[in-house]
Design a protein around this ligand. Structure first.
Ligand code: 6LW
Length: 487
């Protein structure tokens, strides 16, 4: 069957994948969002359903008042001996740690810290040993992919941290994963930085400590010379063999808003690329080392994407996320509605406003929602970070309630339009395509805004656009009748 990339749309970067109990499981980065590390399951590597998060308790990860794009960086998900392990970095506190669980649908353990620096930690379980890899400096100050052996029960280092590979020469060598395949060790990594020059490279060795021989065709996968193709930034991936014996890389990439507009606002998404091993045990990926939009796969019978998101067909603890360290008492969950209690913390603060979001999953959607507030301000925000967000809301002023559209771009705060209302209720619609958003209040168009100002090229950082419900100002705001319908 032919499938279409990306296989997970929207801001779910740095995918890592494992196979357990007949299913595939995938983890992604989450930065300042809580709960941390979204988890997905799949029967066929093409259709992915979110099942929850690994870091569900504030005690597991410090996100309080952290910078945007700080917090939880690239995770690695592994399954060994009936147990799942999820290793990641809190890049704000510069700590590498892992959590574990026997039930991926349940709670994960408290963090177990590993005394090795760098980011993008990974684990290899091999022959009674557990190796911990990250990018960074080894004990002698050599920079590259660094490895030590650990005691998996305690996280204690059993060896020195040693640099085992310095990459193929690209900048930002990161995302190491080691695999043992047919008695060889394959070390795959990313280079070039997570932008247009991003790429995947690898080397192999007879020993887990090297020396590693570089693949002569590196980079094995990149779209860096594929402009003006819509799919760019391909890199940071994990290798997996499917149930039919075929190999694939699940990696990140992003979709530009237009062939000649090098902006992406949906964040880095998940792409599935076929891998072929040759008779000498070297592998190639994609089409001459590039990632395309469509590939064939066996063992998959159809690609079924969820097109409509409502309060009724999403789960509060599976699909929704907050910023940083949310105050649980400010969220009252209903079956088909939610009440948000606004505080003084606003969307412009690097703190935890009363805010709950879904990721924007594709370019084109029609959103509808109803909000009723007894004061303050409440509405919907298309949010990239505290500096760049578009808010449509109802707010109370001295003269009564009004609908407002506020565009925040790099410190510029512009109120596009205001309309006086008879009360605190507002029907909001947002219509989105590749280029822009159109905002409507009670059937009247308030204004529009470009998607490109919510892009990573404008805003910087590692996150993508999310659709947030929010309340500010000591109010109670009820949201109901939410529908986000993707094209
Ligand atoms: C991540 C690094 C990267 O840790 O971006 O794409 C960083 N690669 O490997 C943040 O996602």
């Amino acid at each position: 069957m032919q499938y279409c990339n990306p296989v997970i749309k929207g801001f779910f970067p740095d995918p890592s994948v494992c196979f357990a109990n007949g299913k595939y499981y995938l983890a992604a980065s989450s930065f300042q969002y809580f709960p941390g590390v979204p988890l997905f399951e799949s029967d066929d590597l093409v259709n992915w359903t979110q099942i929850g998060y690994a870091l569900t308790r504030p005690e597991q990860v410090m996100l309080d008042k952290i910078e945007s794009s700080g917090g939880v960086f690239a995770p690695t998900l592994r399954f060994f001996g009936g147990r799942f392990y999820l290793v990641t970095t809190n890049n704000t506190t510069h700590q590498n740690f892992y959590v574990r669980t026997d039930d991926i649908y349940g709670e994960w353990s408290d963090p177990i810290y590993v005394d090795q620096g760098g980011i993008d930690p990974s684990l290899l379980f091999d022959n009674g040993h557990v190796y911990f890899l990250s990018n960074g400096e080894d004990s002698s100050g050599v920079h590259g992919i660094t490895q030590c052996e650990i005691d998996i029960l305690t996280g204690r280092r059993l060896t020195e941290s040693r640099c085992i590979w310095r990459g193929s020469g690209g900048r930002f060598l990161e995302s190491p994963h080691m695999y043992r395949i047919n008695d060889r060790y394959y070390l795959m990594a990313a280079e070039g930085g997570t932008e247009y020059g991003h790429m995947i490279t690898y080397a192999r060795s007879e020993s887990v400590w090297g020396p590693f021989e570089d693949y002569s065709g590196n980079p094995v996968l990149t779209n860096r010379n594929k402009a003006p193709y819509m799919i760019q930034g391909i890199g940071h991936g994990d290798l997996i063999q499917d149930k039919n014996g075929d190999w694939h890389i699940l990696c990140l990439g992003f979709r530009q808003i237009h062939q000649w507009m090098t902006y992406h606002h949906l964040g880095r998404e998940v792409f599935l690329v076929p891998v072929q091993f040759d008779s000498d045990g070297w592998f190639t990926a994609g089409n001459d080392g590039t990632c395309e939009g469509y590939y064939e796969i066996t063992g998959c019978t159809g690609q079924n994407e969820k097109k409509i998101y409502t309060f009724e067909n999403t789960l509060w603890n599976v699909d929704w996320q907050y910023l940083r360290k949310p105050v649980p008492g400010n969220y009252i969950f209903g079956k088909d509605s939610i009440v948000l209690k606004g505080t003084d913390v606003t969307l412009d603060d690097t703190d935890s406003p009363t805010f709950i979001c879904l990721h924007q999953r594709d370019f084109c959607f029609e959103l509808k929602a109803r909000v009723l507030t007894d004061g303050g301000e409440a509405g919907i925000t298309l949010y990239h970070d505290e500096n760049e967000h578009y808010d449509i809301a109802v707010r109370k002023t001295e003269n009564g309630f009004e609908a407002v559209l506020r565009l925040n771009i790099g410190g510029i705060k512009h109120e596009q339009a205001k309309a006086y209302l008879g009360g605190g209720a507002l029907n909001i619609s947002i219509s989105a395509d590749h280029m822009g958003y159109v905002f409507t209040a009670n059937g009247f168009m308030l204004g529009s805004a470009y998607t490109k100002y919510l892009s990573s090229e404008v805003c910087g950082g590692f996150t993508g656009t999310v659709i947030g419900l929010y309340a500010v100002g000591g109010n109670n705001a009820e949201f109901s009748e939410l529908e986000i319908k993707y094209e």
